[in-house]
Design a protein around this ligand. Sequence first.
Ligand code: PGA
Length: 220
Amino acid sequence: MKYIIGNWKANKNADEVQKWIAAFKTHDLAVLEGQVEVIICPPFPFLPLLHEAFKEFDHIKLGAQDISQFGAGQYTGEVAAHSLDGLVQYVLVGHSERRRYFQETDRSVELKVEAAQSGGIEPIVLVRGPEDQIPLGVKFVGYEPVDAIGTGDTESLPQIQDMRNEIGVDATQVFIYGGSVKSHNVRDLVSAPEVDGVLPGGASLDPEEFYTLIERCLHL
Ligand code: PGA
């Protein structure tokens, strides 16, 4: 079972999301069952729309792109785990863009992981390399080398395999690679037993490219 996590980042409006859903649903989604788990991570406002659209598919799940390190309460602008209840199963924590533009640190990542876990949401902790800490009890670890994000150049498979060890991912954890994953390069990556899944950003924005990418992860 491979994981394919589509990170839409700060893209799309409601009209574009409706079109994405309609186009993606023209494909046979039932054939994916049992082979892959697809996790779509849209901006917060579109979670209910996507939830409704894919609720009949157990293998298509939703993730948030961030979560508040605080609980519900007086934290204007934040989205607490409680508000995500019933909408998402996963949340991305510590993306390099959040570390870079929003001053996230290992400490805030730790607090967000705790907030997710106590809210029954599975955190997917994203690291740039061994320099970023992975809090205890985290099952999903995403390795995203900054130089590979949005550049069209994935890191080489041997480097990714080495990094799994260097980061200290063990056999009980799920290791995801992200950084310029596209339909044309995904199969080589997911064919490696050390790579449990991928995290495409740009390639998840187009429903045709995203479906093709998923198809290339079948029958491994
Ligand atoms: P990319 O983004 O696939 O567009 O490189 C990946 C990510 O940053 O999660």
